[in-house]
Design a protein around this ligand. Sequence first.
Ligand code: BJW
Length: 308
Amino acid sequence: SEQQMSKQLREFQEHLKKSKKIVALVGAGLSVSSGLPTFRGSQGLWKNFNMIDLATPDAFYIDPGLVWQFYSWRRVSALKARPNRGHLALSKLSNLSSNRDNGKKVDYITITQNVDGLSSRSNHCKDNLYEIHGSLFNLKCTSFMCNYVDRNNFKHPLTKALADTEDEYEKKNRKRTLEEIEQQDLSISPQFKPVVQLTESDLPQCPVCKDGSLLRPGVVWFGESLPLNVITKIDNFIESETPVDLVLVIGTSGTVYPANSYVDRIKLKGGKVAIFNTDIEEDILQGKVKDTWGFRGDAAELLPVALE
Ligand code: BJW
């Protein structure tokens, strides 16, 4: 109820003011009002494919052309999107905290699982932003012998074939697919050709490998390790002597390890939890879960109010 919400908000803001050490854990829900889809739930589809099934090394191994088309689409969507008021609210918090001269002395980090780059484009302080699942705009070589990485590559299209398939698809199939999704009819009809078959020569190639290895998106897929330097910094932040007072859990389903483990680790050391999500358990909303506040709604609308 409205009353519960304002009570929780009051309590939360009191704790926020007292907090000396804060973590924000961000997921796909934060970018929804910027027009980007989430992974799970009815939204998590791309051309009849489940987005989760495409975010794996196996999918890339079996059909790199399919996976590259998916990531090419993700790159354009992210480039067209703008950071929303939720990203800006966190960016404000990050800059307040990094500025130790203002007497606040708050330690702060944002841990984002998103690869869309919207937090880094929102004027977020660079020193306390960790993109734990990488970035759509980093490309890396698939060869084990090569450690070529191309950072902040915003080029579109990456290859001509990737642009062509996107255009063709938009023209021929867009209307129909949207209808199918609305009707919740996800069965792939026999004549439905969601994507064009691409061969390796249509895809981005490593410029330094002699054998022309493929480049791949610089993101972390299931079963892959997260960047060690980033994980170490987060571990140090959470496990250091001063415990984290507050973790903001924003627009994430909390289903993916190790991101989800940070919340429990912080709780275990006495930290409190504030959840911002369109979907929150009733018990949390009613204040029945110890040391946990829940705010139901669009993170982009909730955060500027809660963090003001
Ligand atoms: C809103 C909203 C609005 C909507 N406002 N909110 C068993 C077998 C095999 C592996 C494992 C296993 N058990 C554990 C593992 C490890 C595995 C894992 O966790 N699997 C689980 C799924 C079970 N993890 C890994 O493999 C990780 N590596 C690792 O652990 O290495 C060591 C190891 C290896 C092997 C075995 C065991 C250990 C790597 C994980 C990498 C995840 N990568 C992806 C893809 C990144 C690239 C890309 O973006 O394409 O990351 S998967 C995908 O999920 C993506 C996301 O960052 C991540 C989290 O999703 P997120 O952000 O939470 O999105 P959703 O859609 O789930 O939720 C959105 C939320 O927003 C919802 O709650 C909505 O309600 C809400 N919402 N609108 C506010 N307007």
